[in-house]
Design a protein around this ligand. Structure first.
Ligand code: DGJ
Length: 739
C-alpha cells in the first residue's frame, strides 16, 4: 500500500496490490479524477488520461483555449457554475446570494492510519500500518472556504474510504446546501446499477437496471436511512455476475437522509454522488467553524459480486463494528415480542424463559411493553421506568431471576420516541420535533424527540443509564418506529432549521457512544421497525441489527440474501418464529425456519411452551447445532450461490478461513413433481482437499466446486421407502468437513 505524489505535486496515486486510485490537479487548479480500478503501474505522468477535446456549444475556462471545459472533465469534488452543468458535489450559498465556488488545490498531507471523524461513525485502523490517508486541501480564494478531502487506502482489499471537511476561514457566514461525501466521475457508462430497495417487511431487494443518459438515484428523506432504500449501490459491468467481472460498491456510513445518484452525461461519462440528501439540508457554516461529512466507502473488484460483498463484510465486521462483541460468537436469544406482544406479566415471561433455558438458549430479551403505562401503542414511550403492575420486582428482580436460571437478560428501548400519553411528554411538550403553527403527524401514535438538543439526549441517557446500571442487563435492543415529519427544532434559530435532520442523527450517535462506552460489555442490537435503519452508521455502535420484522422463512431468504450484498452474516438478526407466520399466515417446516435463521445471529421469537414435545426436541437439536457451527457461520466467508429472486431453489454457503469446514444451505420454495436433476456448484473450497459431506460421502474440493454437489431431491421421481418426502418450503443443510 502506498500513496505516491509526483515531484510537481500535482498527481496523486493511491494503490495497494489490488487497486489504483489516481487524481490530478487540473490546469485551472481544481482537482480532476483520472482512474479508479485494478492496480496499474506507477508513473510520473498520467496526463494522457485527461481528455479535453473541443466540443461545440461548450463553455470554456480559459479565454485562449477552446478545449478546457469542466463540462467534459472528470472531477474529484465537482462545483457548480464554473463550466460544469452536471449535479455538483457541493453548493455553498454566500452572503451576496451567489452559489458559485471555486475550490483550488492548495496543499496536501499524508497520515499513517486513519484519522477519526468527529461525532460520526467511520471505519478505523487498529494499527497505523493497516492504512494510509491522503488529505488534500482546496481553497476558494474569494470566500476563503477550505475543503479537505480525505482518502484512505487500506492495505488489503480494493477499498477507498472518503469524506470531506469544510472549514470557513473567511469573515462571512455561508450556507452549505449540498456537501456530498463522495463524488466519483467514471469514464464511461456501461454499468448496471443495483439498488437495495423495498418497504417495511421486504427490505433490501436487489433491483437492477442499466445506466442511461440522465439521472437515476435512490435516497431517503425520512430522517432515517429507511426500509425503502439502503445507502448502498453497486455499479457492475453488464457481463459481471456473482463469480466474475468488474463492479464498484458505494456505501455510506450514515443513518439519516441520504442520496446516492448516478448521472450519465451526453458523452457517456458517469458521475456518482453519495452523501447527505441535499433536499432539506442547509448547514450554516459560520466564520471560523467547520463541517464534517459522513464517510463513504468505495470497493472495486474485478472478481464478481461475491468478492465485492466479502470485502465489505470483512471491513464492516472488523474495522467498522467495534467493542467486546465484535469478534465474539453471538448468544442464541429468545425474544418475547411475537410470543406475547404487550400482553405479559412476570410469570408468563419466566415460563417462556424457563423453557428456553431447557432448550439451551443463552439470552432472554424482554421486548416492548415493560415500562410506564405501555400496554399498547398509545402510551408510555419516554417513561423509561418499570411498570410494577406487570413486573412487581422490577427489571432488576426479573433480570436476577433470569440470570439465576443461567441465562443472560436483555431489554428493549425506543429511546428517540415519546407518546403524548407519557410523563415525559406532559413535562416537556416542547421536546418533540414539530413545526410551530402546523399539525404534528404521528407514526404509530408516537412523536420524535428532538435529539438535536443536548438536554433531551442527556435526559434519555440518564433514564437508560439508571436502568442499565441497576439491573443485570447484557443486551439492549434499540428500536425506532417512525419517520420524521414536520422537521423543526424549537431550540434552533430560523437560519439553522436546515440542520435539524443531521443534528438529530448526531444526537442518536452521541447517545449510542455514551451508552456503549459506559456499558462496554452490553451487546447492542439496532432495530427500526425491523430493517428501517439497517446501515453501516449503526453497525459502528451495534454489531448486529434486526434485519426485518418479517420472520417468515421464505421471505427472510430474500431479505437476508439482499442484505448480504453489503452486510456480514454476523450483523443480521434472524429468528425462528411460529407458524402460521404472523406476517404472512404461511406454514413452513420448523427445520426450514432454522435453516434460514442460522445464517444470521440466530434466536427464537415464539412461546416455546406452545410447541409439541417433538418440536421441542427439534429446537434443542437446532440450538446444539448453532452452538457448534456459529463461529463458522458468523465469521466465515459467505458466498451467494443461487438467488431466491431468480430461482425456485436458492443457495448460499460459508467457508472457514482455513477452508477445512463449510456449511451449505439449499432452499426449495415450491415443490414440484418429477423434477429435473439438480446440482449446486460450491465455492471457496480447497481443490485438493477431501471433504466429508454430511458425514456420508467424501468428495474432493474440485469435485464439489466443478462437478457440483448433487442435490436432487425426492420430488424427482418416486420416493424410495424411508426417504424423506420433499415438500413446499423444503430445505437442506450440508455440513462439509475436511477429512
Ligand atoms: C418493532 C420491532 O421491529 C419489533 O421487533 C418489536 O420490537 C416492536 N417494534 C415493538 O414495538
Amino acid at each position: 500500500m502506498n500513496i505516491s505524489v509526483n515531484p510537481k505535486q500535482d498527481t496523486f496515486h493511491l494503490y495497494n496490490h489490488e487497486v489504483s486510485y489516481i487524481m490530478t490537479v487540473l490546469p485551472n487548479g481544481q482537482l480532476g479524477q483520472l482512474y479508479f480500478g485494478r492496480r496499474v503501474h506507477e508513473r510520473e505522468d498520467y496526463s494522457y488520461l485527461l481528455e479535453s477535446k473541443p466540443r461545440p456549444m461548450s463553455s470554456c475556462v480559459f479565454d485562449t483555449d477552446k478545449c478546457f471545459s469542466m463540462e467534459h472533465i472528470r472531477q474529484e469534488y465537482a462545483v457548480f457554475g464554473t463550466t460544469d452543468f452536471r449535479m455538483p458535489a457541493v453548493e455553498i450559498l454566500q452572503d451576496n446570494g451567489s452559489r458559485i465556488s471555486e475550490l483550488l488545490f492548495h496543499d496536501y498531507r499524508i497520515e499513517n492510519g486513519k484519522p477519526k471523524l468527529p461525532g460520526l461513525p467511520a471505519t478505523y485502523t487498529e494499527d497505523e500500518s493497516e492504512a494510509q490517508t491522503l488529505i488534500i486541501g482546496l481553497e476558494d480564494p474569494l470566500t476563503r472556504i477550505r475543503l479537505e478531502l480525505f482518502y484512505t487506502i487500506f492495505e488489503k482489499g480494493g477499498i477507498i474510504a472518503r469524506s470531506a471537511r469544510f472549514i470557513n476561514n473567511g469573515k462571512e457566514d455561508v450556507h452549505l446546501n449540498t456537501a456530498m461525501s463522495l463524488c466519483m466521475d467514471l469514464p464511461d457508462s456501461d454499468y448496471d446499477w443495483i439498488q437495495f430497495s423495498g418497504a417495511w417487511a421486504r427490505e433490501r431487494y436487489p433491483k437492477t437496471r442499466h445506466l442511461e443518459q440522465g439521472i437515476q438515484s435512490v435516497g431517503s428523506m425520512r430522517g432515517h436511512s429507511s426500509h425503502n432504500h439502503n445507502p448502498f449501490v453497486i455499479l457492475k459491468r453488464p457481463s459481471a455476475d456473482e463469480f466474475q467481472g468488474e463492479a464498484i460498491g458505494f456505501s455510506l456510513i450514515y443513518s439519516g437522509n441520504f442520496l446516492a445518484q448516478a448521472e450519465v452525461d451526453a458523452y457517456d461519462t458517469t458521475r456518482f454522488l453519495m452523501g447527505i440528501h441535499p433536499a432539506g439540508f442547509d448547514w450554516k457554516l459560520s466564520a471560523g467553524t467547520s463541517f464534517q461529512t459522513p464517510e463513504a466507502v468505495m470497493v472495486y473488484t474485478d472478481q464478481g459480486l461475491n468478492c465485492l460483498s466479502q470485502t465489505f463484510h470483512r471491513l464492516y465486521q472488523k474495522r467498522l463494528a467495534r467493542g467486546y462483541w465484535r469478534d465474539r460468537e453471538r448468544p442464541i436469544l429468545i425474544n418475547n415480542w411475537e410470543a406475547t406482544y404487550f400482553d405479559f406479566n412476570e410469570e408468563k415471561i419466566l415460563s417462556i424463559a424457563r423453557r428456553a433455558k431447557e432448550c439451551g438458549v443463552e439470552l432472554f430479551v424482554l421486548d416492548d411493553g415493560w415500562f410506564g403505562q405501555r400496554n399498547g401503542e398509545h402510551a408510555g414511550l419516554g417513561d423509561w421506568f418499570v411498570n410494577r403492575e406487570k413486573l412487581p420486582d422490577g427489571i432488576a428482580g426479573l433480570s436476577e431471576k433470569i440470570e439465576e436460571m443461567g441465562m443472560m437478560f436483555g431489554l428493549w428501548f425506543e429511546p428517540e420516541m415519546v407518546n403524548m400519553d407519557s410523563d415525559l411528554y406532559r413535562e416537556h411538550p416542547d421536546w418533540i420535533i414539530q413545526t410551530p403553527g402546523r399539525r404534528s403527524s404521528h407514526g404509530r401514535f408516537q412523536y420524535v424527540l428532538d435529539f438535536s438538543r443536548k438536554e433531551v439526549v442527556d435526559r434519555i441517557y440518564k433514564m437508560m443509564e439508571k436502568i442499565l446500571s441497576d439491573a443485570k442487563i447484557s443486551y439492549v435492543k434499540w428500536d425506532m418506529n417512525r419517520s420524521i415529519t414536520e422537521c423543526y427544532s424549537s431550540a434552533l434559530p430560523a437560519d439553522r432549521q436546515g440542520e435539524v435532520y443531521h443534528r438529530y442523527i448526531l444526537g442518536v450517535y452521541d447517545l449510542y457512544e455514551r451508552l456503549t462506552s459506559r456499558f462496554p460489555h452490553v451487546l447492542f442490537e439496532s432495530c427500526a421497525s425491523g430493517g428501517g435503519r439497517f446501515d453501516p452508521g449503526l453497525l459502528y455502535y451495534a454489531p448486529q441489527g434486526w434485519t426485518s420484522d418479517d420472520t417468515d422463512a421464505v421471505e427472510r431468504l430474500k431479505i437476508q440474501y439482499g442484505t448480504s450484498y453489503c452486510y456480514p452474516v454476523s450483523s443480521m438478526g434472524s429468528h425462528v418464529s411460529v407458524t402460521p407466520n404472523h406476517q404472512l399466515n404461511r406454514n413452513t417446516p420448523l427445520y426450514t425456519r432454522a435453516n434460514v435463521a442460522y445464517f444470521g445471529t440466530f434466536g427464537y421469537e415464539l412461546d416455546l411452551n406452545r410447541l409439541t414435545g417433538e418440536e421441542l426436541e427439534e429446537v434443542k437439536e437446532q440450538v446444539r447445532f448453532m452452538k457448534k457451527y456459529r463461529r463458522l457461520i458468523q465469521y466465515g466467508t459467505f458466498y451467494r450461490l443461487q438467488s431466491p429472486f431468480e430461482n425456485n431453489v436458492a443457495g448460499w454457503m460459508v467457508v472457514s478461513s482455513d477452508r477445512r469446514e463449510a456449511l451449505v444451505g439449499r432452499y426449495k420454495i415450491l415443490n414440484g413433481t418429477n423434477q429435473p436433476f439438480e446440482r449446486m456448484y460450491l465455492k471457496g473450497l480447497d481443490e485438493g482437499t477431501k471433504y466429508l459431506v454430511n458425514g456420508n460421502e467424501t468428495h474432493y474440493g474440485d469435485e464439489l466446486m466443478h462437478c457440483g454437489l448433487v442435490t436432487t431431491d425426492a420430488s424427482a421421481g418416486e420416493t424410495a421407502p424411508g426417504e424423506k418426502m420433499s415438500c413446499d418450503f423444503d430445505s437442506e443443510l450440508y455440513v462439509i468437513e475436511a477429512v
